[in-house]
Ligand binder design. Structure first.
Ligand code: CA2
Length: 147
């Protein structure tokens, strides 16, 4: 089983700015922790972050035929990007949308998601733990489908 973790714009700043909103953990620390969880579960995990919408679209295309599932924190692109939606639907790989913050408890423009309605599930509001919940949820879904 191979999973892909995608992170969108500004998430490379995690742990360096706005700790009150997004926590003190760096993206690298979150990725390393998730890789450990993946190793324990016998799953291969690739991680990719970009501040560029097109680069994320390209990475989604590259995962066709290799990734069994995708976890995506698309950052602000969640609320704006039809291109990311089209790419995810285009490759037809099951995905989970995730966020550190509870986007529904924030500005109204963050309540809209171009990804959520076609996702296996959505996790938000648990800080870095959202990544672990998304991983467990996606794995549970894929193993159910496999069985
Ligand atoms: O809560 C989330 O995970 C978000 O995807 C984070 C995005 C925001 O636009 C979404 O609405 C919700 C923003 C990521 C910004 O990341 C930063 C991290 C540290 C310092 C500054 C920004």
């Amino acid at each position: 089983m191979q999973l892909l973790l995608l992170n969108g714009p500004n998430l490379n700043l995690l742990g360096q700015r706005e700790p009150g909103l997004y926590g003190r953990q760096t993206l690298d620390a979150i990725e390393q922790q998730l890789k450990q969880r993946a190793a324990t579960a016998g799953v291969q995990l690739d991680c990719y972050q970009s501040n560029f919408e097109g680069a994320l679209v390209e990475r989604i295309h590259q995962s066709m035929g290799t990734a069994d599932g995708i976890m995506i924190n698309a950052g602000a692109f969640t609320h704006t990007s039809i291109a990311l939606r089209d790419a995810l639907l285009g490759v037809a790989i099951p995905y989970v949308e995730l966020h550190l913050s509870n986007t529904h408890a924030r500005e109204s423009f963050r309540h809209q998601s171009y990804l959520a309605d076609r996702a296996v599930g959505v996790v938000c509001g648990f800080g870095p733990f959202s990544y672990e919940l998304a991983f467990d949820g996606l794995l549970h879904h894929l193993r159910q489908v496999e069985a």
